[in-house]
Design a protein around this ligand. Structure first.
Ligand SMILES: CC(C)(COP(=O)(O)OP(=O)(O)OC[C@H]1O[C@@H](n2cnc3c(N)ncnc32)[C@H](O)[C@@H]1OP(=O)(O)O)[C@@H](O)C(=O)NCCC(=O)NCCS
Length: 379
């Protein structure tokens, strides 16, 4: 008889594998990609540098970076078969759901590009498939947004940085250098973050030997939930709802007593301030304005009131709170907040998928059955 092991709810603190991609140290408020502090990378490196780091396990030389960027340029362009169906996807349904649209478009991409199951593909092919998916994701997301808005999609521009190109493809305007830098910092800081729900989902699917898009589509599904990646627009909506500083306390107390969560606060791993939030708060302050002043007041009050109502839980602002503020100030429309997070996180998911694909063991836990005692006669 095999031995069973009961693990804590939510798999909290359960180690499921080894990784060389990075880690989150919740008590220290620190996380890293490979051997580098992710925040240090965010402050000094481009998205492509960090993409290369995640895929190749080292930072590129200047020459390697240029080659990498050149290699990516054609992959960013929408394949005709995908381009043809985007208008239908973008306008389907009464409300716009860019992540659902991305999943749909990527599934078509997998078909038209005959993506190979990871199990059958060699490492070169696996990496090529992952590169394609990461490169085309921003183009698909931006095109879906513009089509929904009744505008023509814009072609990606190889002369812009990843962040500037993203802002341009969504808004139609070239961003200022300050806006592009703010979003680049954000993108680099959100490439990866330990074994979170979407990354774990991606790795579970990769462990079955399915193709890269199957794993990414699953990750997108996990990511879209408000408890995971779907919070930045909700956090900003909270600022609107609160409206003025005198209403903060009453608003938080009413939410918590109704059993609601305050979006943009709390974290499954951090028990101190989220380093991404600290970086984004600095960036927001650099951008300046009334929204930032209000957000910092709200943040402080929410932390204080949560400390009183939920003592000992160490609830602080997470990445989503100031992400919403920064994106708003950089001209991104709210429906594109979580998609912006997806533009960077798809790289982390892909690195995890590539790493998982080298392990032949399928991830297959069990559950404790708690229903009526079987076998009951079938009548
Ligand atoms: C991120 C999140 C899902 C982590 O969940 P978790 O690991 O279950 O949270 P914890 O175990 O730390 O929760 C401990 C306690 O704090 C409470 N709590 C956690 N986050 C809270 C929040 N944002 N607002 C109010 N209470 C919160 C929990 O309800 C729990 O209360 P209890 O002890 O009375 O049951 C959770 O903090 C959350 O829902 N935050 C809001 C959504 C969000 O911002 N998501 C983006 C994450 S990057």
């Amino acid at each position: 008889m095999s031995t069973t092991i009961n693990v804590p709810p939510g798999l909290r603190n359960v180690v499921v594998t080894e990784t060389t991609l990075g880690d989150v140290r919740g008590d220290e408020g620190f996380y890293h990609y490979r051997q580098y502090s992710a925040i240090d990378l965010a402050k000094s490196k481009t998205l492509e540098d960090v993409w290369f780091l995640m895929f190749e396990a080292r930072l590129p030389t200047a020459e390697e970076r240029d080659r990498f960027v050149a290699e990516l340029a054609p992959l960013r362009v929408l394949p005709d078969e995908v381009r043809a169906v985007l208008p239908a996807i973008a306008t389907a349904g009464p409300s716009f759901n860019p992540l659902a649209g991305l999943r749909t478009a990527l599934s078509l991409l997998a078909a038209v590009r005959s993506l190979a199951p990871l199990w059958d593909a060699d490492p070169v092919r696996r990496k090529a498939d992952a590169m394609l998916v990461c490169a085309v994701t921003p183009t698909i997301l931006a095109a879906l947004y513009r089509l929904r808005e009744g505008q023509e999609p814009l072609e990606p521009r190889a002369d812009l940085t990843a962040a500037a190109n993203w802002l341009y493809m969504v808004t139609g305007a070239e961003p200022s250098a300050v806006q592009a830098a703010a979003i680049e910092h954000y993108l680099v800081a959100t490439v990866d973050h330990g074994f979170n729900a979407s990354t774990f989902t991606a790795r579970v699917i990769a462990s079955t030997g399915a193709d890269v898009v199957a794993a990414i589509a699953g990750a997108i599904g996990a990511f879209s939930g408000p408890l995971h990646g779907g919070a930045p627009d909700r956090a900003l909506a909270s600022l609107d709802e609160i409206g003025t500083p005198d209403r903060i306390d009453a608003w938080v107390r009413a939410k918590v007593s109704a059993g609601d969560r305050i979006m943009g606060f709390g974290h499954a791993v951090y028990r101190t301030e989220d380093p991404r939030s600290l970086m984004l708060r600095d960036i927001a302050r650099g951008l300046g304005g009334d929204l930032v002043d209000f957000a910092t007041t709200v943040e402080q009050r929410i932390v204080d009131v949560l400390a009183e109502l939920k003592p000992g839980r160490n609830l602080y602002a997470n990445v989503e709170f100031y992400a919403g503020v920064v994106m708003e100030l950089c001209g991104l429309p709210r429906p594109m907040f979580t998609p912006t997070f997806t533009v960077s996180r798809v790289i982390g998911w892909s690195a995890n998928i590539l790493e998982q694909s080298t392990d032949p063991k399928i991830i297959r836990p069990i559950a404790t059955y708690v229903g009526p005692q079987p076998p009951v006669p079938v009548v």
